[in-house]
Structures are given as C-alpha cells and as structure tokens.
Design a protein around this ligand. Structure first.
Ligand code: WQD
Length: 334
C-alpha cells in the first residue's frame, strides 16, 4: 500500500516509517518540521535503504494536502501530525484546537474528496481521563482532563460520526499508552526541543549530565512504592501496531479502536533503576510535590489489540531504557 504519514518525521511517525518499509509498504512523509529535525529523513534513508519522499508543509493547508494525496497516489493515511504537550495545551487551547482538530478536518475532507477512506488515527490513553478501574479496557468511560486530551476525544468522536454517515470510512483508532525508547539503530528517537515534560526523556538528560537530578513527582500515591505507575511501551512495538492496524483495515474492511500498551505498570522509581542499569551509573533523584493533573496509575488491558490485530508488545523495560540511552549517545553526534 502507498501510505501518507502526516507528522511522519516526528518521534512515532519516523519509527512507523521504518516499520512500514520493513513490511514492504511505500510511505510518504508529510511534515511541517515544527517538532522534528530536518536530518530525520536522511537518517531514515540510512536505516531503511529507502529514501523517503518528503512533503514539507502543514496538514491545515487544504490545497497542499490535496496535492500530496494526488501526486503520491495515496491509498491510506496514518495521521500523527498534532501538538501533544499536555501542559502547553492548558496555556494555548486554541492552538491545540486549530492544529489537532482543524488539521484533522482539513485532512479528512481532502481524503474524502479524493476517494481515500482508510485512516489510522493516533489517539491516546489520555482519553480515559482518570480511570475508574485497572487495567483499562477500550470500553472504559472516556473523558478529558486537559485541552490536549479533549482534542483526541473530539477526533475520535468525529471518526464515529464520519463512519456512521459514510460507511466507506474504514478507520483504526490507536490509543497509545506511554511511548518510550528508540529504534535499534539508535539513529532516531525522542528528540524534545526544551526541557522534557515526560519521564523517560527527562531521565535521559539526567543520565547525560544535562540536568542535575530526576524530580519524582510524588511518592505518596496508592501504588507499590508510592510513585506514579504507567504502561510504557517501546516505540518500535508501537510502530508495529500501526502496520498491523493498517493491514487489518485492508484485510477486514472494518475499523477498530484498540489500546496499544504492554499491560504492565511500571513506577517512576522502577524506571529510574532500569535507566541506571542502562547508563551504568546510579541516577540522582529528589522526591518533589505531585504534578497537577497526574493520576496514580494507568495501564492497559492489551487483549483486544491481540485479538483484532494480532498485536503484542515484545520489548522489555530494559530494552526501552537501553535503546533510549544508545539514541542519546548517538544524538550528540548529529
Ligand atoms: C509519567 C510518570 C509522572 C516526569 C503524558 C501525557 C499523555 C501521553 C504520554 C501523549 C507520571 C512521573 C514525569 C518527571 C516524574 N502523551 N514524572 N517526573 O503524564 O503519563 O502521560 O505523556 O499522548 O497524553 O499525559 O507521562 O512521562 O509525563 O509521566 O515523576 O520529570 O512519571 O508523575 O507518574 P504521562 P509522563
């Protein structure tokens, strides 16, 4: 299949490019490079041996999107392009609505005009808000606790309405838990511009000596060691989930909504210990106050993805930390 990856130069998009190439698909990258280094495509060429076709522009530009879909004879789209910082979304909600919802509408209208109705949508476990039971199944109540989560929920509901109105829409909705780690080549990985909000890239900067110590946001949660528990999934496993989702749409002719997680909860302290193992030295940390909006624990019931897509995460917590550390070493050279 000929696949368009919107936001394809980003963290998850670039790893999905690698997985699609390995599965024999042709992938085209559409990206405005607002949150991706210009060198990503050439590194993807080195990893896959396939020079990616890259279209630089914004998914909110309808004429641009239509031209790209037509010129590259696209069969299906995986839509990553969106802003994704929870904290930033509370300060700039309109920017998030414009990019994440406006971009989604522009993209899907252009797709429909050109008769392209296969879509894989990058959603998030954040649509579950504060889970009322664990592990979280796809039938759990949805809600949102911030504008970023609201945009993901709205796009999911738009997909439901589009599919009900026009059965030609065949959509895969993938609810990511916590993506971490890097490709085995160590040549692509999470590359945050400023001080990272998320745990693993923050720990990585401490391991690299770029930040003094890890701030553990609270150790008084109702969890085994009192620190926050999340379902971390290796980004390469996540990328493979996208390939399987796409192939299921093609094969089954029906859509799906699935969690992409490991089903295992890992605490902040467990993550720090595993990263210490990866970088070969104990990492300094300090117990800090809880972060506003954080929940104690969140991890997936991954069984539906297994049943519908044949997806299971394969990589361990140590694989996640080892690959992140290897990427961090490489990233200093690019
Ligand atoms: C993980 C745990 C923190 C940083 C967010 C978004 C979610 C998704 C993934 C997009 C929590 C603790 C963190 C730090 C810490 N993004 N922590 N010190 O909040 O689960 O999810 O990223 O889809 O939408 O909400 O991930 O990595 O920020 O936090 O103690 O410096 O680590 O309290 O328990 P989170 P996170």
């Amino acid at each position: 299949m000929r696949i368009l990856l919107t936001g394809g130069a980003g963290y998850i998009g670039s790893h999905t490019y690698v997985a699609l190439c390995a599965a024999g698909h042709t992938a085209v990258i559409l990206d405005n490079f607002s949150n991706a280094a210009p060198s990503v495509p050439e590194r993807l060429a080195q990893i896959t041996g396939t020079v990616p076709a890259v279209e630089t522009g914004d998914v909110r530009d309808a004429d641009f999107v239509r031209r790209v879909l037509k010129d590259h004879e696209i069969d299906a789209v995986i839509h990553f392009a969106a802003k994704k910082a929870v904290g930033e979304s509370t300060q700039k909600p309109l920017e998030y609505f414009d990019h994440n919802i406006g971009g989604f509408v522009t993209l899907t209208r252009a797709m429909a005009e050109l008769g392209i109705f296969k879509l894989v949508f990058s959603s998030s476990a954040t649509v579950y808000g504060e889970p009322d039971q664990l592990p979280i199944t796809e039938t759990a109540t949805r809600g949102h606790t911030n504008p970023y989560g609201m945009t993901k929920l709205v796009c999911e509901e738009m997909i439901e309405a589009m599919s009900a109105a026009d059965p030609r829409w065949i959509c895969g909705v993938l609810r990511y838990f916590n993506p971490v780690g890097a490709d085995e080549s160590a040549m692509i990985g999470e590359d945050p511009k400023d001080i990272p909000n998320n745990l693993m890239p923050y720990i990585a900067k401490v391991a690299a000596g770029e930040l003094p110590e890890v701030q553990v946001f609270g150790d008084d949660y109702q969890t085994e060691d009192g620190t926050g528990v999340r379902d971390y999934i290796h980004v390469s496993d996540l990328a493979q989930g996208h390939v399987l989702s796409l192939e299921a749409l093609e094969r089954d002719g029906t859509g799906h909504v699935v969690n992409l997680g490991t089903g295992q909860g890992v605490s902040v302290l467990e993550m720090i210990n595993a990263y210490s193992e990866a970088c070969g030295r104990p990492l300094p940390y300090k117990i800090a106050p809880r972060r506003a909006g954080d929940i104690a624990a969140c991890y997936a019931d991954p069984s539906l993805a297994k049943e519908v897509l044949g997806f299971s995460a394969t990589k361990t917590l140590q694989d996640m930390c080892d690959s992140s550390w290897a990427w961090l070493q490489y990233s200093k050279t690019v």
